[in-house]
Each structure stands twice: as C-alpha cells, then as structure tokens.
Design a protein around this ligand. Structure first.
Ligand code: PBG
Length: 327
C-alpha cells in the first residue's frame, strides 16, 4: 500500500458533499421500530419516570403515537401489554380482549401501513414476574411453551403482522410456529429474540412494563454476557425451528454479536437498543454532559454498521425527525 504522502485519507473528508458521497452506512426511518406500552382505559398517558418521553398509554392514546410513527415513516411498532390482573400462569396474555389484542385490532384498522409486532412473553402477566410458569420455584421450560403459543396465536388472531417471543425458553420458536400453522397462520413470520442477554440494561423497562421478577433473576433463561459462540448457537437453533428474523439484545454493548450473527447467517437481523441504553443517553443529555441528539444518532448508526437491518429503539421518532431535517 502506498504510504504518505501519496495516501492522504483526509482528501475524501474535505467537504460535506464528498463525505456524503463515500459514506458506507445510512439510517432510514423505515429501519426503526418504536416500542409502545399499552394498558386498559381511555385517555390514559402515564409517563415512565426512568424513561423520558416514554409512557404507558390506553389504546386511544397509543393510536396518536402510532399515527405519528407512521407519518414519520417508521417501519413499525412493537407492542407490550400491561394487564389489569396478573396470576400465576399469566392467563391475560392470551385473553383476546386484553390491551395488546385491542391495540393490534385498532392499529390494523386505523394505521394499516405500520408493521405491528407483538412481544410474546409472560413476565408482564405473571404475578411473580418471570417469563414462564414456575415449578418448585424454578421456571418450567416445557410447560411454558404451550402458553407462549396460545399468546402468539391470540396476537395473530387479532391481526399482528409479526410475533416476537422474548422469553428465551428452549423450543419456543417451534412451539409457536406449530401453533400458528395449526391455526391457519402459515404466513405470519416470527422474529425471535434469539440472543438475549441477561443483565442490568433492562432496568428501566421493568418499570415501564411492570415486569420485575419478584424473586431471583432471569439468568437461568437469558444468556450470559460473556458468550459469543453460544449466541450463535441460540440463533442457529431458532432459525432451524422456523424463525424468519432474529434479534440481538441489548444492542450497543453487544455489537460484536450483531456483526457475527449477520455475517454468519445472512438472516434479517434486528437489534434492540434497550431501555438502559436509552436512559443513559437521556440522563447524560439532560445534565448537559453530552449532546443528546448527536449521541443518539451515532449510537443508532453504530448498530446499523455492526450489521443490524432493523433497530428497535425508544429514539425511533426523534431519530426519524432528525433524519428528515438533515435531508
Ligand atoms: C420481556 C422483555 C424485556 C425487554 C423486552 N422484552 C425485559 C426483560 O427481559 O426483563 C427489555 C426491553 C428493554 O429493556 O427496553 N421479557
């Protein structure tokens, strides 16, 4: 390779036009998915304290956010439900009239251009806050599968375009695929939270979704943060079981996993920039310690550059607005 002074990398950075010409990675609103938290009632908009700008809303208020998401050109929304009642097995999860199911029907009626993704998990619905049912104080993997399958079918019956199981039970993708197929929903794709790591980055979300485990933690089902080979095994297993898209989560601290999953599978990869990543940027921005918008955009661009096709992020609307303004 010719060395300096023949090579001068700065030549291509001299003007904004040149920089734009040779840029390798772009963000687009259509690649962003906005998470929304729905609960029952009317006119409800309850802010989540640890996540500025994020609220639990009733379905009517959720539609306002969703219309805005659509007008900004976002790719879709990801729905989480806060049920009126919780029990040991999470039975509100497959109640066809629970908030998520109502929200899905309203969205498909009122904002049909948005892809509606539903999070399939039991932790918001169980009184103990674990992602599956318990036996002898431990999460019973196999007994949980049929409940997750019922939940997914209920979401799709309501009209969900894509179901996203986030529970990390073994075998859930094939259980859900089989149940969807048996229900005649052979064309509904599954986005599996395939490499989901346990840890502190989900803290603020648990306030938003009211899903904090009442004892213990999720380390017996979510992955250990040190593991990359295992993440790939998880992803390959889910693909074999019928996942159409795979997710890595969290995103920013796991960019190497995103890159590896994309390059080794070639599958559509989603990355979830989770609540802790979001709240850290918001908090430092609020104090004036960082340029909040700049860090927001670079954090998203980094996730794209690592290989994510889709980013689930609480910044989705603000990022789309910025992208518009930059045009
Ligand atoms: C449900 C679920 C969680 C998140 C998405 N789905 C929480 C958890 O596993 O504890 C986290 C999202 C975020 O932190 O923004 N299992």
């Amino acid at each position: 390779m010719p060395l300096f002074p023949t090579m001068r990398p700065r030549r291509l950075r001299r003007t904004a036009a040149l920089r734009r010409l040779v840029r390798e990675t772009f963000l687009q609103p259509s690649q962003l998915v906005l998470p929304l938290f729905v609960r029952s009632g009317e006119g409800v908009r309850q802010p989540v304290e640890s996540m500025p700008g994020v609220s639990q809303t009733s379905v009517d208020e959720m539609l306002i956010d969703a219309r805005e998401a659509a007008s900004l050109g976002l790719g879709g929304v990801l729905l989480f439900g806060i049920p009126d009642t919780k029990d040991a097995v999470g039975s509100e999860a497959w109640n066809d009239d629970a908030p998520v199911q109502q929200a899905v029907r309203a969205l498909k009626r009122e904002v049909p251009e948005l892809v509606v993704i539903t999070d399939v998990c039991l932790c918001e619905y169980t009184e103990h806050g674990h992602c599956g049912v318990l036996r002898n104080g431990d999460v019973d993997n196999d007994a949980t599968l049929e409940l997750l399958a019922k939940e997914a079918v209920s979401h799709v019956r309501a009209g969900a375009d894509l179901v996203a199981p986030s529970d990390m039970m073994d075998g859930r993708v094939s259980a859900i695929r089989a149940a969807l197929d048996a229900g005649g929903f052979t064309d509904t794709p599954i986005l599996s939270y395939a490499a989901k790591f346990a840890g502190p980055f989900y803290g603020p979300f648990r306030e938003a979704a009211e899903s904090t485990p009442q004892f213990g933690d999720r380390r017996s089902y979510q992955m250990d943060a040190g593991n990359s080979d295992e993440a790939l095994r998880e992803v390959l297993l889910d693909i074999e079981e019928g996942a159409d898209m795979v997710m890595v989560k969290p995103a920013g601290p796991f960019l190497d996993i995103i890159h590896r999953v994309k390059s080794e599978t070639g599958y559509p990869v989603a990355a979830y920039q989770v609540s802790g990543e979001f709240s850290m940027i918001e908090a430092a921005g609020e104090r004036g310690w960082i340029d909040r918008d700049g860090v927001m955009m670079d954090s998203l661009l980094g996730i794209r550059r690592a290989g994510a096709d889709v980013i689930i992020t609480y910044f989705a609307r603000d990022a789309a607005r910025k992208l518009r303004a930059e045009r």
